[in-house]
Design a protein around this ligand. Structure first.
Ligand code: GLN
Length: 187
């Protein structure tokens, strides 16, 4: 659990409730013993600055070439290949383009019910997925290797590519553990 900024504490509890033992990562040395890494929501520009000042940016990019990573909201922005509105550097681990704060200011926070794709329900259990969006990015482009596991208003909001998973919403803020379980199964 990357724990420099954002809602890593809620994610840590969701991981514990899903049967994992989180390590709260603040230093590069801690990466060596992990099976995977979760990048929380928060403020991606601040997280990026902290990644740079802690010398973690290159290590995370390299970690992502070997091990699964799961990014939510700001974490999704960090994992994207392209970031707009405004543009900023990113780890480029997922072949997606994201527009920050894409839903605009008026509707910047909401809770909705999603119909997940059959392959998500097959692996985690059936039923609608409650999704909390907070100043969320919109995934404007998803490459051919990217699998869409849930959409909202016609845009992908939960996607996987190879060993990685990205959600533009906050699964750690609901009691539904299926998204975390899905990631733990990817480990
Ligand atoms: N709007 C934030 C950003 O651009 C992300 C918001 C969130 O993580 N809830 O970084």
């Amino acid at each position: 659990m990357l724990s420099l900024q954002g809602d890593f504490a809620a994610h840590g509890e969701a991981l514990i409730r899903s049967g994992a033992v989180p390590v709260y990562v603040r230093e590069r040395e801690q990466l060596d013993r992990l099976d995977g890494l979760v990048l929380p929501g928060g403020e991606s520009t601040t997280m990026l600055k902290l990644l740079r000042s802690e010398n973690l940016f290159d290590d995370l990019a390299e970690f992502g070439l070997r091990k699964p990573m799961f990014g939510t909201c700001a974490g999704a922005i960090l994992m994207a290949r392209d970031v707009t509105h405004p543009a900023q550097p990113s780890l480029g681990l997922m072949d997606i383009a994201v527009e920050r704060n894409g839903y605009g200011r008026q509707l910047d926070s909401r809770v909705v019910k999603l119909d997940p794709a059959p392959e998500f329900e097959e692996r985690t259990g059936p039923g609608k997925l409650e999704a909390v969006f907070i100043r969320a990015p919109i995934i404007r482009r998803a490459g051919s290797e990217v699998r869409v596991l849930a959409e909202y208003a016609g845009d992908p909001v939960l996607v996987e590519q190879g060993r990685h998973l990205v959600a533009t919403f906050h699964p750690e803020l609901t009691m539904d553990r299926r998204v975390h379980s899905f990631f733990l199964r990817m480990l």
